[in-house]
Design a protein around this ligand. Sequence first.
Ligand code: SIN
Ligand code: CO
Length: 373
Amino acid sequence: MKKIPLLGDITPAQFLRDYWHKKPLLIRQAIPGFKPVLPFEALAKLASENFVESRLITCFDGHWDMQHGPLAELPARERAGWTMLVQGANLVDARADALLRQFRFIPDARLDDLMISYATDGGGVGPHFDSYDVFLLQAHGKRRWKIGAQKDLTLVDGMPLKILKHFSPQEEFVLEPGDMLYLPPHYAHDGVAEGDCMTYSIGFRSPSYQELGEAFLQFMADSIDLPGRYADPDLAASSKPAEIPRHMLATVTEEMNKVRFTEEDVTIFLGEHLSEPKHNVFFTGPAKPLTAGRFAQALAKRGVALSLKTQMLYRGKHVFINGESFAVGRADKLMLDTLANARTLSGAALAGASDDVMEALYTWYQDGWVDLA
Ligand code: SIN
Ligand code: CO
């Protein structure tokens, strides 16, 4: 794989081999001349919306506080020591989405979102660690990062946010616009604004096995098939009527052991689970949708693009979009896999689309999952 500007002198393969999950990497001028995709006012407006996840973190007079959005009011910009964090900027802004997509040398199944932080002088979220990998791209102003590989990740009790009890940084860098710092999971860090600044965090998702297991059992509940009903033709008279009979326990255990799942079950579960929109994501279809006929004509001219909020994945014959799955034939699959990878298909590429694909695209268009390109 070729070098990509984002990673400086190294290729994605080298990055993944030497740094990913392993050690930090500072890339000076990862994106030379980088400018914020959203000005402060637009960011503050997003933080005030209830469909956007946001937080306000203040450290006034040495006292940490955190407030969840929507944030109707912010402290004065002249006041030092506060930070506003806006999650999922990529879901609402095309340039933020384009920035996140530059990191697609890591699969969509692992990419989470672009979080934008704005901080006034001295602002930050305190020394902490995250459970996920993160790329911290400086977008505006300067931020001083102190980082360390410490093993002691004990947190201060009773705090509204995660603050390390003993922070012992080993390295320190001041990041300027366009500079980027990669940190592996559980790496201690503290970024403090020098003057007001904005930092873009490219975050990843790594679901816990507990989360996956709970969701998988719910998924399997819809598909398990256990015929028969408990019976005890040899039942003997009981002297301890409250005790669950031994025979009942043994028989039910044997029957429950018949619950089986295949890799295909896991494929469908994982695809649906990972493509499921977050709780605060809502799709809105066009106010005046075209008829199916007009849509097909427009598609041939303009092509189609996935909405910023749409997550489309595939594996084998299964295609997943926003929590739904389809098993599709070979020709349709090639086309849908291309749409999932490129997130857009030209009118020419759609020329041979089957009726099934056209029907699916029309439904997705009505639901706001895809738009005309
Ligand atoms: C920030 O942008 O202020 C916080 C990012 C982080 O430390 O994970
Ligand atoms: Co962090």
